[in-house]
Design a protein around this ligand. Structure first.
Ligand SMILES: [Fe+2]
Ligand SMILES: [Fe+2]
Length: 187
């Protein structure tokens, strides 16, 4: 099978765009939460936006392996001012739905395609991203449950897989096994 027929190559492009769109949405949701007087939630949205950016970079690295990097993908992450119109409660609900769709449908299928086609790095990257989307969905779910009384948290991000934790790391990344030093505190 030639590269042009590869499902996995198309999947990487599709996933890259989705991660960039998610990043743009979460940045807008953060602004909205800030304007609603909820800085704790603004911080959560910014942490997850940073994680989605790590995902998009990891996916792009998979694409580079084919030496067919599509530069116009960079233009995919457009800011969506429509997102600012909704309340943070709605934004959280949307975020939960989007993350859940990713870890229940999108990434499992992409993992299977990469498996079939023998794209080992892409398979591993999809797998890590999938696990982190599950983490994101759980964080947003808890934030929605706690809405109005959200507690401040110190977010740390794994620079390899985007794993997002609400405390300082203890030991290697639970998702990708990268060393503790790979975690960066959200600025
Ligand atoms: Fe996510
Ligand atoms: Fe990680």
């Amino acid at each position: 099978m030639g590269p042009a027929e590869s499902k996995t190559e198309l999947n990487i492009q599709k996933a890259f765009k989705a991660e960039m769109r998610a990043r743009a949405s979460y940045q807008a949701y953060a602004q909205k939460a800030e304007s609603e007087g909820n800085p704790e939630l603004a911080k959560l949205f910014r942490a997850v936006a940073a994680s989605e950016e790590i995902h998009s970079q990891a996916l792009l690295r998979c694409l580079k392996e084919t030496s067919r990097t599509t530069v116009d993908l960079w233009a995919a992450g457009l800011y969506d001012p429509e997102s600012l119109k909704e309340t943070t409660a709605t934004n959280l609900q949307r975020a939960i739905e989007a993350e859940t769709e990713e870890f229940t449908n999108q990434y499992p299928q992409m993992i299977q395609d990469a498996d079939t086609e023998g794209w080992t790095t892409a398979r591993e990257t999809f797998h890590h991203v999938n696990m982190v989307e599950r983490v994101h969905a759980a964080m947003f779910r808890e934030a929605l449950d706690q809405l109005g009384r959200n507690q401040p948290a110190e977010y740390h991000l794994c620079e390899v897989c985007g794993n997002t934790i609400e405390r300082k790391p203890i030991g290697p990344c639970e998702v990708c096994d990268a060393p503790e030093a790979t975690f960066q505190a959200l600025r």
